[in-house]
Ligand binder design. Structure first.
Ligand SMILES: [Zn+2]
Length: 168
C-alpha cells in the first residue's frame, strides 16, 4: 500500500491497536493489520466495523461501573439516534443528556440502567438473555469499581460474523 502523504511504500504489521476512532479511549483491538509509513502516516485496516461496534456496545452495557459520557454517546450513536430522540426515549431533558455526555454531570443509577435496558431492547436482545442480563449484570453495577480496558481480538469478530454473539 502506498502512503497518501508521501507516496512511499507502507509496511504492514499486526498490532494491538488503540481504537480511538471509536470515540472511546479504552478500546484495544488485537491482531489488526496496520500499515505504517516512515513519514508517520498510518492506516489501520479494521474489518467488520458494524459487528465490532456492536460488540463494543455490548461490553458497555455489561460494564460494572456507571456509564461515562463518551460511553453514553457511543450507545446513543450506535442506536442511530440523535440527542433529541435519545433523550425522549430515556425520558430526560436534552440538556441533561448533554451534561452526561460531556462529563459535566455523573449519571444516576436508575438512568444508567435505563440506558442499558433501552439499548438492549432496541437491539432486540432475546428474552432469555435479558433475564441473565438482569441476574448477572444489573445488580452488580455500582460506581466504585475500576474502569477496565476493553480488549477485543479482531479475529474473534471475524469468526463470529455468522455465529451467535459470544458477548450477549
Ligand atoms: Zn508517508
Amino acid at each position: 500500500m502506498k502512503c497518501h502523504e508521501c507516496n512511499s511504500n507502507m509496511k504492514e504489521s499486526k498490532e494491538l491497536y488503540h481504537y480511538i476512532e471509536s470515540g472511546l479511549d479504552n478500546v484495544w483491538l488485537g491482531d489488526v493489520s496496520v500499515y505504517r509509513c516512515e513519514c508517520g502516516e498510518y492506516f489501520a485496516s479494521i474489518p467488520a466495523i458494524i459487528e465490532l461496534n456492536l460488540v463494543i456496545a455490548l461490553y458497555l452495557i455489561k460494564k460494572k461501573t456507571f456509564l461515562k459520557g463518551r460511553e453514553i454517546k457511543y450507545l446513543r450513536k450506535n442506536a442511530g439516534l440523535n440527542a433529541k430522540a435519545f433523550a425522549e426515549y430515556i425520558g430526560i431533558d436534552k440538556s441533561t443528556l448533554s451534561r452526561w455526555e460531556n462529563n459535566k454531570q455523573i449519571i444516576d443509577k436508575s438512568n444508567d440502567r435505563m440506558i442499558r435496558l433501552f439499548y438492549a431492547t432496541f437491539k432486540g436482545v432475546s428474552p432469555d438473555k435479558m433475564k441473565s442480563f438482569f441476574d448477572d449484570v444489573m445488580k452488580e453495577i455500582d460506581n466504585n469499581g475500576e474502569e477496565t480496558r476493553i480488549n477485543i481480538p479482531i479475529t474473534d469478530i471475524l469468526s463470529e460474523q455468522q455465529a451467535e454473539c459470544r458477548v450477549c
